[in-house]
Design a protein around this ligand. Structure first.
Ligand code: 5GP
Ligand code: ZN
Length: 117
C-alpha cells in the first residue's frame, strides 16, 4: 500500500479506511470505487483516490500518478458496470457546483438516457 495522507474529519477517507461501510465495487493500489448512497442513475459509482486532496484540480497538481490511477479505475468500473460506451463522468468543484464532500471524486453515471445538459 502506498503511503497516503488522510484527513481525520473526511467521510471518504473513513470509507476508504473501512471505518464507515460502503458498497465497494472495485479498488486498486491508489483508488477505490463504491456506490453512491443516493444514486442519481441506475449506475452511480464514486471513484476516489486513496490520497486525500480536496478537489480534482488539487489532485492533478499534487499527484499526476494518482490522477491517472483514478481514471484507470473509472474505466474499469464503467466496463464492469456495463456502461463503458454510455456514461457520464462528473467532477464537482466547489459548493456553487454542488460539491459537498471535499475529497476529490468522480461520479460515474449510467444506465439511463440523459436528456438534460
Ligand atoms: P458531491 O456532491 O461532493 O460531488 O458528491 C458527493 C456524493 O457523495 C453525493 O452524490 C452523495 O450522495 C454521496 N455520499 C454522501 N455521503 C455518502 C456516504 O456516506 N456513502 C456513500 N456511499 N455516498 C455518500
Ligand atoms: Zn479524504
Amino acid at each position: 500500500m502506498t503511503a497516503t495522507p488522510q484527513q481525520d474529519d473526511c467521510l471518504f477517507c473513513k470509507i476508504i479506511a473501512g471505518e464507515i461501510p460502503s458498497d465497494r465495487v472495485a479498488e486498486s493500489e491508489r483508488a477505490v470505487a463504491f456506490r453512491d448512497i443516493n444514486p442519481a442513475a441506475p449506475v452511480h459509482v464514486l471513484v476516489v483516490p486513496r490520497r486525500h486532496e480536496p478537489t480534482i484540480g488539487a489532485l492533478a497538481a499534487a499527484s499526476p500518478v494518482d490522477l491517472e490511477a483514478l481514471f484507470a479505475l473509472v474505466a474499469e468500473v464503467a466496463a464492469t458496470e456495463g456502461v463503458a460506451e454510455h456514461h457520464r463522468l462528473v467532477f464537482n468543484t466547489g459548493t456553487d457546483a454542488g460539491q459537498t464532500i471535499f475529497h476529490a471524486h468522480a461520479h460515474v453515471l449510467g444506465g439511463k438516457t440523459f436528456t438534460e445538459r
